[in-house]
Design a protein around this ligand. Structure first.
Ligand SMILES: *[C@@H]1O[C@H](CO)[C@@H](O)[C@H](O)[C@H]1NC(C)=O
Ligand SMILES: *[C@@H]1O[C@H](CO)[C@@H](O)[C@H](O)[C@H]1NC(C)=O
Ligand SMILES: *[C@@H]1O[C@H](CO)[C@@H](O)[C@H](O)[C@H]1NC(C)=O
Ligand SMILES: *[C@@H]1O[C@H](CO)[C@@H](O)[C@H](O)[C@H]1NC(C)=O
Ligand SMILES: *[C@@H]1O[C@H](CO)[C@@H](O)[C@H](O)[C@H]1NC(C)=O
Ligand SMILES: *[C@@H]1O[C@H](CO)[C@@H](O)[C@H](O)[C@H]1NC(C)=O
Ligand SMILES: *[C@@H]1O[C@H](CO)[C@@H](O)[C@H](O)[C@H]1NC(C)=O
Ligand SMILES: *[C@@H]1O[C@H](CO)[C@@H](O)[C@H](O)[C@H]1NC(C)=O
Ligand SMILES: *[C@@H]1O[C@H](CO)[C@@H](O)[C@H](O)[C@H]1NC(C)=O
Ligand SMILES: *[C@@H]1O[C@H](CO)[C@@H](O)[C@H](O)[C@H]1NC(C)=O
Length: 395
């Protein structure tokens, strides 16, 4: 049987490194209309203390726009605008234009909104908390990055009821990945794979605070304490303890492996980061960490994907591609034609739910689309029909 071992090693290196080719950064926190940034010169707007910056950061062969911890060796990204858009070339311009919109000009004559606001902004500011805000003419906040988190929350930032964080694809790709952390309206903080219903069988982490009401928020303090609060501000549940303050900055991120972690950055040591706390020590805990028809086993603290019996890896050397039935390998990795698939959820004896993909033709009723699963089998989404069913007792 073929198998592919993948390493899920998280250490202080789980950071986004960005090259320091940046020149002539502006130091100002009050950004007025008509202010431009470009990837190579005046590439970001710094907060007053210089700790956070809003602007371009290098990604792949181009640049993305976001917020990052500045002034430390490991430039850590905490927010990304339009995360699923491709990086832009070095001739792009980010502009708080005279109409009060924050736009990215990357192709001739076309502006892309960086933030979506219905009323014009009068100025903007990169705050020392890491929050990037837009103000109206009377100084009211009309948009803030703290209200639109991606995969990270910072101290004093709050995850509101109904809001979720989505992991990134990888340390180097900030696009939407495979996992989410949701502050549910029932008061429970829960992790699921993406594109799944908010129901028990898909959950792999829960705070156990359901029934706390529709106003529970996730909060992070400057001392690294992560906690849940209901609206009376008096019933709280601590998820982590408190940590030393002073020369440390804390942040919480849903990592691309599906586990959420509290990190500290030690400013005395060039911002070196360490994991202070994590939602699970089990790299196999996140449902869906392995591809189709494969399951995760722990091997010496590392997660390893194995194909279920009778299946082989679709794409050797790439565990996210999952496994397919060996004898129908041809039809599974089809040549673009309209092929129908049957997806079944199996519960293994150990209680784990895995997804089995069969390349059999199916009746057309009760079909539904499932983008993430389709992406894994690399087929045009419009052509694939998927049926979910649930079976018990496999393995
Ligand atoms: C920012 O600039 C505007 C307009 O120039 C000014 O009215 C405002 O007081 C400034 N705010 C800060 C915090 O400097
Ligand atoms: C950067 O911006 C400042 C202030 O707007 C401007 O004076 C300076 O010329 C700009 N630098 C470059 C290299 O464009
Ligand atoms: C940037 O350069 C590309 C070609 O390299 C060009 O197509 C594009 O229009 C340029 N964008 C701007 C804003 O000049
Ligand atoms: C600015 O925003 C604040 C808060 O959102 C609002 O109360 C105020 O009316 C707005 N002012 C203007 C001139 O739009
Ligand atoms: C907050 O929690 C306390 C204790 O469980 C409860 O008595 C209170 O009603 C809750 N507040 C709201 C607004 O749900
Ligand atoms: C939720 O909290 C907000 C602010 O604390 C409050 O205005 C609102 O009434 C609360 N809603 C409920 C249902 O408790
Ligand atoms: C949470 O931790 C804080 C700080 O250590 C403490 O003051 C508080 O009582 C704790 N809350 C609960 C509900 O345990
Ligand atoms: C910080 O980084 C600089 C440059 O790499 C290095 O010389 C210095 O020893 C580092 N300091 C600490 C405390 O790690
Ligand atoms: C692995 O497969 C996935 C899905 O088929 C694809 O998106 C990804 O780019 C592949 N990764 C590598 C390293 O080939
Ligand atoms: C499928 O199984 C046969 C027989 O065990 C083996 O020879 C073949 O290499 C397998 N194909 C794949 C794609 O693993």
């Amino acid at each position: 049987m073929q198998r592919f071992h993948f390493l899920l090693i998280y250490s202080i290196s789980f950071l986004l490194f960005v090259s320091f080719t940046v020149t002539a950064q502006q130091t100002r926190s009050n950004i007025s209309l008509g202010s431009p940034l470009t990837p190579t010169r005046n590439s970001s707007w710094l907060s007053g203390s210089g700790r956070y910056a809003f602007g371009f950061y290098r990604r792949g062969n181009g640049y993305k726009v976001g917020i990052f911890l500045a002034g430390i060796l490991e430039k850590t990204i905490v927010w990304t605008a339009n995360r699923d858009d491709p990086p832009v070339p070095s001739n792009a311009t980010l502009l708080l234009n005279t109409e009060g919109k924050l736009v990215l000009q990357s192709t001739e004559g076309r502006d892309t909104d960086i933030v979506y606001i219905s009323l014009p902004a009068s100025s903007a500011s990169m705050l020392d908390s890491g929050n990037f805000v837009l103000y109206n003419s009377s100084g009211g906040i009309i948009w803030q990055s703290f209200g639109h988190p991606t995969d990270t929350i910072l101290p004093t930032q709050r995850l509101l009821p109904g809001v979720e964080l989505f992991s990134s694809v990888s340390e180097t790709d900030p696009s939407t990945g495979k996992f989410r952390l949701k502050m549910q309206q029932d008061g429970n903080l829960v992790q699921y794979p993406i594109n799944t219903p908010d129901t028990g069988p898909y959950a792999y982490y829960a705070s156990g605070t359901d029934g706390w009401g529709d106003n529970v928020t996730l909060n992070l303090d400057v001392d690294g304490r992560l906690y849940l609060l209901n609206s009376s501000s008096f019933n709280s549940k601590n998820i982590t303890g408190v940590f030393p303050t002073g020369e440390k900055i804390y942040l919480m991120r849903v990592d691309s492996d599906g586990i959420f972690r509290l990190y500290s950055h030690n400013l005395r040591q060039n911002g070196t980061s360490s994991i202070e706390w994590q939602s699970s020590n089990n790299k196999c805990a996140p449902i869906g960490v392995c591809g189709f028809n494969s399951y995760c086993v722990l091997n010496d603290q590392k997660g390893e994907c194995l194909c279920v019996p009778g299946f082989a890896f679709v794409n050797q050397g790439n565990w996210t591609s999952g496994c397919e039935r060996n004898f129908t390998a041809e039809s599974c990795s089809n040549r673009g034609g309209p092929v129908k698939y049957k997806i079944q959820l199996w519960t293994t004896l150990s209680g784990k739910i895995i997804r089995i993909l069969f390349c059999t033709k199916l009746p057309k009723k009760t079909v539904k689309k499932h983008v993430w699963w389709i992406a894994i089998v690399k087929l045009p989404s419009s052509r694939v029909k998927i049926v979910s069913a649930k079976c018990k007792g496999f393995l």
